[in-house]
Design a protein around this ligand. Sequence first.
Ligand code: TIU
Length: 204
Amino acid sequence: MAVIVIDMQRDFIEPGGFGETLGNDVSLLQAAVAPCARLLAAARRAGLPVIHTRECHRPDLSDLPSAKRDRGAPALRIGDPGPMGRILVAGEPGAEIIPALAPLPGETVIDKPGKGAFYGTDLAGVLDALGIRFLVFAGVTTEVCVQTTMREANDRGFDCVLIEDATESYFPEFKAAALAMIRAQGGIVGWTATAAQFEEALDG
Ligand code: TIU
């Protein structure tokens, strides 16, 4: 079993980053921070592998298709200079994981150009090398990068659970719908649990 924390980056969670340039109220994502910290602490106590992902692009933007860069009418596009450096570019302050959830030495950090964490990354190889087949998901946003990655994982044969309170969306109704979709039909791509339930299952 491994824990995957998706894109808990300053660019999504703090003002001045990608999330805000898209017109979102980034304060909505704060609610996931403490449950993510609780999940990480439980995973680390139990010695589970922890994987962090970051949605970001190469500085030359060679991994940014126009189909992604040209979406909508944001205040700043990916690659443009903003208050936390270039929007969603690897190595810039905004692309870093927020300090409260910083990776520990030895934890895997996967930079991903897409919404799903398997696309364009070596995540499948990392999980294969660790012998993992059960994944515990957290992070942002529920219906975009988290749900996409969970669907990708299920198609690849992983059993998946999403920690309900350790994920958030800029749209509370989309979070609720995504959780409902996951739980419906007998758990079509996995199921959900709270951070407390996960902690209790691990710690006994
Ligand atoms: N915009 C939005 O809800 N999400 C993203 O663009 N990326 C992630 O979910 N990480």
